[in-house]
Design a protein around this ligand. Sequence first.
Ligand code: NAD
Length: 268
Amino acid sequence: MTAPTTPPRHAAALDLGGRTALVTGAAGGIGRACALRLAAAGAKVRAVDRDAAGLDALVGQAAGLAGLTGAVEAHPLDLTDLDAAEQAAAGTDILVNNAGLQLVRPIEAFPPDVFHTVLTVMLEAPFRLIRGALPHMYGQRWGRIVNISSVHGLRASAYKSAYVAAKHGLEGLSKTAALEGAEHGVTSNCVSPGYVRTPLVERQLADQAAAHGLPEERVLADVLLQDSALKRLIEPDEVAEAVAYLCGAQASFITGISLPLDGGWTAH
Ligand code: NAD
């Protein structure tokens, strides 16, 4: 048997040198991990968040890692400013729509203004960011859109009306972007985690305890991980690794999917 002349593609390390990536919610758990992972692969990262201090901490963290000084640039922005969001995405090769927020309340007690904000940040802003990014992506016939959805983009849970609605909408937006982008070399996919060890989840424990009438220490096992076959939280780095994979050459035929990182939740 003759030896192959080129190494198998799966042996190639992810190389995003020369690419610009915009990550929203980059001051938070998953966004931060994505920003650092894409920077480690060689991308210049535009880190977007409304938390300017958190972005500064991220830039400092990157500067402390070998080879990443200057690789992450802070771009403080509140994504409810939709025009600014669209402008911020111009010229990016990779877009990671990650920013999000959660409120756990029954529908009859859910404040309408919060519902509106959740839909704005988690669905309308991604639409505007994609809209801002596409002209450059289409022009160069290459682009990667990764939308951080959730198992709640595929399944509902009680008391999360806005979040579940936004994530289901994001799944639809992502699939539509995949269909439109295909002929232009642009892929669009969702990564859909179960519960990840981040501040967003830690903040939920008290709310969930009140909504379900349980002591806080039982919320993790009895509520959050009830439907997960694997009884642990996922780490942000594991989510970032899936995002990086979808940006690599190995994933060029993957588009329009939702990749559940859910410990078997959607196997039910
Ligand atoms: P996080 O709260 O740690 O980070 C979210 C970030 O979004 C924060 O830095 C926050 O400042 C930013 N943000 C919120 N509103 C914003 C706005 N108006 N403008 C700009 N930035 C804004 O949360 P996380 O757990 O890292 O979540 C990141 C994404 O992952 C979210 O979309 C979330 O829905 C999704 N997700 C999280 C989990 C989980 O278990 N943590 C599970 C599935 C999906």
